[in-house]
Design a protein around this ligand. Structure first.
Ligand SMILES: *Cc1c(COP(=O)(O)O)cnc(C)c1O
Length: 330
């Protein structure tokens, strides 16, 4: 229906500035994991380097292997970022045509410097031939990421993290270079075939049924994001990050992320004071709030405070005041 094409077109216009791109952004009825699969199926021809420094980058390795792509793993330490020189050193051998990196590791609260990593890759003799595939599921729109200026090939995200929308949509920006390459990659699958998605996108359509109800929500949310302004949005997230870290340090909690790489969208704290996170959440629930336990291998030893999406400083302050109240009485 023309109404749906209009909606799709409006969304395209508004979502590109959020990715800082003039390029295409595919809108999919999927979650972020689906686009991890799309990125490797379309973006890897010979062999990919999976950079792993947490549970979600580890998942991308598993997705890669489940799709039968040849890979090697760069093992980073959990809590540490992926560093440009590490990546460049591994890619310098020349056998890789792609690399996967998670921008904002939601399991550890670490943000890697994607701009510096991309510069280091592009400076290699074969640097132009390497597809830079980035997962920014919990970063994009809260933590700065500039698709065109940083010369990236695929950046993927989903609706339910920093976009603060219901789950069910996933978005990826794809460079001209990556789209041209996809045409030469065999067995791209069907649902997430970039070549097919492009054929429909230029007509403001999708190859399969879109999640129209969620797209109305996206349209409204993009409107609000652009009204706030991306720079203001980044600043709001950084201020909430700094507030959370100052609060944590004031209480003697250790920040899990390496200094200088703390995520703007969520903070992972070591439970070095041995508080009862389930007890805390029971208390917070009575106030209409909740925080997250640790994720994966860090489940028992850390807890996580999200400060992303629509969350405002006053709401974060209210949360921290409530945690103070719990700590005082326990
Ligand atoms: C949540 C998350 C995913 C998985 O996304 P889904 O939308 O749950 O499939 C992947 N990567 C990161 C960094 C995440 O935070």
């Amino acid at each position: 229906m023309p109404e749906c094409a209009d909606l799709f077109h409006r969304i395209q216009e508004k979502i590109r500035p959020v990715f800082y791109t003039q390029s295409r952004v595919y809108i999919n009825a999927a979650s972020g994991t689906g686009l991890q699969e799309a990125a490797v199926r379309n973006g890897v021809r010979t062999k990919v380097l999976n950079c792993v420094n947490g549970a979600f980058s580890k998942r991308w390795q598993q997705v890669t292997e489940a799709n039968g792509k040849a890979n090697e793993v760069l093992h980073g330490q959990w809590g540490q970022p992926i560093l440009p020189e590490q990546v460049a050193e591994r890619l310098a051998g020349g056998e890789f045509d792609a690399v996967t990196i998670v921008h904002n590791e939601t399991s550890t609260g670490v943000t890697s410097d994607i701009k510096a990593i991309s510069e280091a890759i592009r400076a290699l003799p074969n640097g132009q031939d390497i597809s830079i595939l980035i997962d920014s599921v919990s970063g994009l729109s809260g933590a700065r990421l500039e698709f065109d200026a940083w010369d990236l090939d695929v950046v993927l995200t989903s609706s339910q993290k920093a976009f603060a929308l219901p789950a069910g949509l996933a978005f990826c920006a794809v460079s001209d270079r990556a789209l041209a390459k996809a045409k030469t990659v065999p067995a791209r699958g069907l649902y997430f075939d970039f070549v097919d998605l492009e054929k429909y996108l230029v007509k403001d359509q999708t190859p399969a049924t879109p999640a129209i109800s969620l797209m109305y929500a996206l349209d409204k949310q993009l409107e609000d994001m652009l009204a706030e302004g991306m720079e203001n949005r980044f600043a709001r997230h950084l201020a909430m990050r700094d507030r959370t870290i100052a609060w944590a340090k004031g209480h003697g909690f250790n920040v899990f992320a390496a200094a200088g790489y703390e995520s703007p969208t969520m903070t992972c704290l070591e439970n070095n004071l041995g508080i009862s996170v389930s007890g805390l959440n029971k208390f917070l629930r009575s106030k209409g709030m909740i925080i997250s336990s640790g994720y994966g291998d860090l489940k028992e030893t850390t807890f996580r405070i999200a400060h992303m999406g629509d969350t405002q400083m006053a709401e974060l302050d209210e949360l921290l005041t409530n945690i103070d109240e719990f700590l005082a009485q326990s």
